[in-house]
Design a protein. Structure first.
Ligand code: NI
Length: 170
C-alpha cells in the first residue's frame, strides 16, 4: 500500500475528462487500494483517480472516513442514471485547498458502475451519499465543486489562490 500525492487546483489533470477503465487488472486493484488509503489518511470521504494524477474513471467513497471497513465503496466507470430532488450542503475537496462552500445538488441518485470484480453494480444514495457520489463523478468529467458556485465566488477563490501561489514563490 502506498500514500499517493493529491493534486491541487489548478493542476490540468483535474480538468481532463477521464478515460473509461477497459480492464480491471492488478494496476486498477492497486490504485483503488492506494486511493482508499490516501483518502482515509487525508482524511476525506471521497476521492477520484484524477485527483491522484490518473485520468481513469475510478472513484472511492467512504462516509465513515475509515471507521467502518464495510463502508468503503469502490466504483469503476460509474454513471448517474437517475436523479431526484434538491439538496444544499457544504462541500470541500482535497484538491481545492482552503475552501468550503454550500453547493446545490440532487438529493437522491442511482449510480451504475462496476466493482473490482467486474460485476455490474447499482448504488442508491441520498443526502450525504448522493452528494459524495455526484462530487466524485464530477471529477471524472474534469469538474470541481467550485464550478457549481457563482461566477463571483469562483473568481474570488481563483484570485486568492493566485495570490497564495505568488507569495509562496516569493
Ligand atoms: Ni473533490
Amino acid at each position: 500500500m502506498a500514500l499517493l500525492e493529491i493534486l491541487q487546483f489548478p493542476h490540468p489533470v483535474l480538468r481532463q475528462r477521464a478515460d473509461e477503465v477497459r480492464e480491471i487488472d492488478a494496476t486498477i486493484h492497486r490504485l483503488a487500494r492506494d486511493m482508499a488509503e490516501t483518502m482515509h489518511r487525508a482524511p476525506g470521504i471521497g476521492l477520484a483517480a484524477p485527483q491522484v494524477g490518473v485520468s481513469s474513471r475510478l472513484i472511492v467513497v467512504d462516509l465513515s472516513a475509515g471507521e467502518e471497513p464495510d463502508q468503503l465503496l469502490v466504483l469503476v466507470n460509474p454513471e448517474i442514471v437517475c436523479k431526484e430532488g434538491k439538496i444544499r450542503m457544504e462541500e470541500g475537496c482535497l484538491s481545492v485547498p482552503d475552501l468550503r462552500e454550500t453547493v446545490t445538488r440532487c438529493e437522491r441518485v442511482v449510480v451504475r458502475g462496476q466493482d473490482l470484480q467486474g460485476n455490474m453494480v447499482e448504488v442508491e444514495g441520498d443526502e450525504l451519499m448522493a452528494v459524495a457520489l455526484q462530487h466524485e463523478i464530477d471529477h471524472l468529467d474534469g469538474m470541481l465543486f467550485i464550478d457549481h458556485l457563482s461566477q463571483l465566488k469562483r473568481s474570488r477563490y481563483v484570485a486568492r489562490q493566485k495570490k497564495v501561489a505568488a507569495e509562496q514563490r516569493g
